[in-house]
Ligand binder design. Structure first.
Ligand code: AMP
Length: 415
């Protein structure tokens, strides 16, 4: 199988590693890819969010499967354009990707499907925003209604800051605060059959102890030793299957990767958000533990044959990834700094580029991550931090507490 992988971040580097590890794959072409992916795949330039350009490239490279990593190309209709050429695409249609592209649409689907989530109001002016904030009380949760690369959400005790964020965004969803540990569950689906991957936890805030602003994600680990038994079955029954059924009922079946972000509250699991693609950096740890060949799994989802796919197999042990971020991230990341020590197995590139002289330079806010497996979470954590300590990048920062609370047994699900 020849696979065209669209995107160029850490998620795509992790996907590329999974794809090249599948014996049925004879070649991976990544567009645009990144310097980490360049070591294992052929790179091509493409405007990733241009449906016509990606579809033409898929034809040119004779792809049997196109895997679309980021959300923007999905929302723009890249999967539709590829399928129109008769090529299998892993990723939802533009219509179905609205589950991520519009928070209001996602809430509408959840309400119609009876999926447990935070109560919410969509607001477009200061007056209705203020009313919604006062109805739910502090802490206040205000979300940009459109795509915001994981950074459009403000959770704050400060009513003025909540109002200011709403004004900046224009159209927002104001919702009830959900208290409890968060879980990311990835589900591979062809629209009807659905296979859950291992639940993971990510770290959204920039600083240790969940301090500072939200980011695209500063680290992750899997599996979750503290997750209640039966959690995944419950989420498949109460969230995933009702959502997929509602999408089919509307003639916009969702096929691809449904990312369910949950809070485990005292009242049970509640959906925080849906995404229409693999999450970054959870993909790094989940795929590090997946033993089932990745391309075959994604191809089955892309061709409506997932019901016949064998059960997934997982490696024993655990995986941890720690993100190294650029100076100034997330507010105003500095780019163009030299990186050394990154040419090692387990370093996943996210925002890097090669200079003309071959030097590796930072090119984004989240620059790279150290991803490691181990016999248990503590061992995986030690190995991931050893990788990160070997990287030099002026001004960079990373969290020092990724997976620490889980290793120390400090995470409790409220009951
Ligand atoms: P989202 O982009 O919707 O995933 O939100 C980003 C982060 O904000 C989540 O991972 C949570 O940490 C936090 N968040 C979002 N919605 C809520 C909520 N209703 N209650 C508590 N925290 C939330």
């Amino acid at each position: 199988m020849r696979v065209l992988l669209v995107g160029g971040g850490g998620r795509e580097h992790a996907l590329a590693l999974g794809l090249v590890g599948d014996p049925s794959v004879e070649g991976v072409i990544a567009a645009p890819g990144n310097p980490g992916i360049a070591g294992i795949a052929e790179l091509r330039e493409v405007a990733a969010a241009d449906p016509g350009a990606v579809a033409a490239l898929a034809v040119e490279v004779q792809a049997d499967l196109v895997v679309i990593g980021p959300e923007a190309p999905l929302v723009a209709g890249v999967a539709d354009a590829v399928r129109a050429k008769g090529i299998a695409a892993f990723g939802p249609s533009a219509e179905a990707a609205r589950l991520e592209g519009s928070k209001t649409f996602a809430k509408e689907i959840m309400t119609a499907a009876g999926v447990p989530t935070a109560r919410a109001h969509t607001c477009t002016d200061a007056e209705s925003t203020a009313r919604a904030l006062d109805e739910f009380g502090a802490p206040y949760v205000v979300k940009n209604d459109g795509l915001a690369a994981g950074k459009g959400v403000v959770v704050t005790e400060d009513r003025g800051a909540a109002l200011a964020h709403a004004q900046e965004c224009g159209r927002v969803v104001v919702e009830e605060y959900l208290a409890g540990p968060e879980v990311s569950l990835f589900v591979v689906t062809d629209g009807e059959a659905a296979l859950p991957l291992l639940p993971a936890q990510d770290f959204k805030r920039v600083g240790d102890g969940d301090s500072g602003p939200n980011t695209g994600g500063m680290g992750a680990y899997a599996p979750l030793p503290w997750a209640p038994p039966g959690l995944v079955d419950e989420v498949m029954r109460d969230v995933v299957h009702p959502t997929l059924a509602e999408m089919r009922r509307r003639d916009t079946p969702f096929a691809g990767l449904l990312y369910v972000g949950l809070a485990l509250t005292a009242a049970g699991p509640r959906v925080i958000e849906f995404n229409a693609r693999f999450g970054d950096p959870e993909t790094q740890v989940v795929l590090a533990l997946l033993e089932t060949p990745l391309a075959g799994l994604l191809h089955a989802a892309a061709t409506g044959t997932l019901a016949a796919h064998p059960p997934l197999r997982w490696r024993d042990g655990a995986a941890v990834t720690v993100v190294v971020a650029a100076d100034g991230y997330p507010a105003s990341p500095r780019t163009g700094d030299v990186i050394t020590g990154a040419d090692r197995a387990g370093i996943i590139h996210a925002g890097t580029r090669r200079a003309a002289d071959g030097a590796l330079l930072s090119a984004g806010g989240r620059v790279l991550c150290g991803t490691a497996t181990g016999t248990d979470l503590a061992a995986a954590r030690d190995a991931a931090y050893a990788l990160v300590r070997g990287v030099e990048l002026a001004g960079s920062h990373h969290r020092t507490d990724i997976a620490a609370a889980a290793v120390e047994g400090r995470i409790a699900v409220p009951d």
